[in-house]
Design a protein around this ligand. Structure first.
Ligand code: SF4
Length: 164
C-alpha cells in the first residue's frame, strides 16, 4: 500500500505476467479488509511482472520490472458481494466435514493452503504422483487394499479440527 493524499492505494502483487479474474477478487477482499479498519482505499491495482522487461544489468529497476493494472472499478463492483460470501463461508465452516481424503482437489485448480498439513504423512512414492491418473483412477487405487502402504494406503484423512 502507498499513500495517495488522504487515501491509500493498494497493490495486490502476483507472480504472474497478466491479471486474472481471481486477482481482482483477491484485491477486492484486501480492499474490504483495509476499508474495514477505517482506512480509505483510493485505487486498487494488480501488480504483476512486466514480461517486456529486459534486465539491463546492474540494479533491478523495480518500476520497470513490475506493471500495475488499475482494477479499481472492478474491485468496487465486487465489494457489495463480499459480506454474503463471508456469511456463506462461515456457514460452510459450521457445516459437515468435506470428503475425508486427499486427491486432485488438493492441487487443482490451485494448491490448497492446507496441503502440507494434509500430506505430512505421505509415503515416499504415493500413488497420487502417478502421471495422467484420473480422479476416478486415483480413487480406485486409494480404495484398493492390494496397494501397499508405502505407495499410499491407508490414505484416509480426517482433519483434526473437523469434528462434525
Ligand atoms: S484440506 Fe487437505 S484434503 Fe482438502 S483439498 Fe486441502 S489439502 Fe486436500
Amino acid at each position: 500500500m502507498f499513500r495517495d493524499g488522504d487515501a491509500w492505494n493498494l497493490v495486490e502483487l502476483k507472480s504472474a505476467t497478466k491479471a486474472k479474474p481471481e486477482h481482482v477478487t483477491d484485491a477486492a477482499i484486501q480492499t474490504y479488509v483495509v476499508e474495514g479498519t477505517g482506512l480509505t482505499v483510493g485505487k486498487a491495482f494488480v501488480g504483476r511482472l512486466d514480461k517486456t522487461y529486459v534486465y539491463p544489468g546492474g540494479d533491478y529497476d523495480l518500476d520497470a520490472l513490475f506493471a500495475l493494472d488499475d482494477v479499481t472499478d472492478a474491485v468496487r463492483d465486487y465489494l457489495p458481494a463480499i459480506p454474503a460470501k463471508i456469511a456463506d463461508r462461515k456457514g460452510m465452516l459450521g457445516g459437515p466435514c468435506p470428503p475425508d481424503r486427499i486427491g486432485k482437489q488438493c492441487t487443482s485448480p490451485s494448491a490448497c493452503g492446507f496441503f502440507g498439513h494434509c500430506h505430512e504423512f505421505m509415503p515416499a512414492f504415493p500413488v497420487t504422483e502417478l502421471p495422467y491418473l484420473s480422479e476416478k483412477g486415483l480413487t480406485a487405487l486409494l480404495d484398493d487394499e492390494r496397494v501397499p502402504a508405502q505407495f499410499g494406503r491407508p490414505f484416509r484423512f480426517i482433519p483434526a479440527t473437523c469434528s462434525a
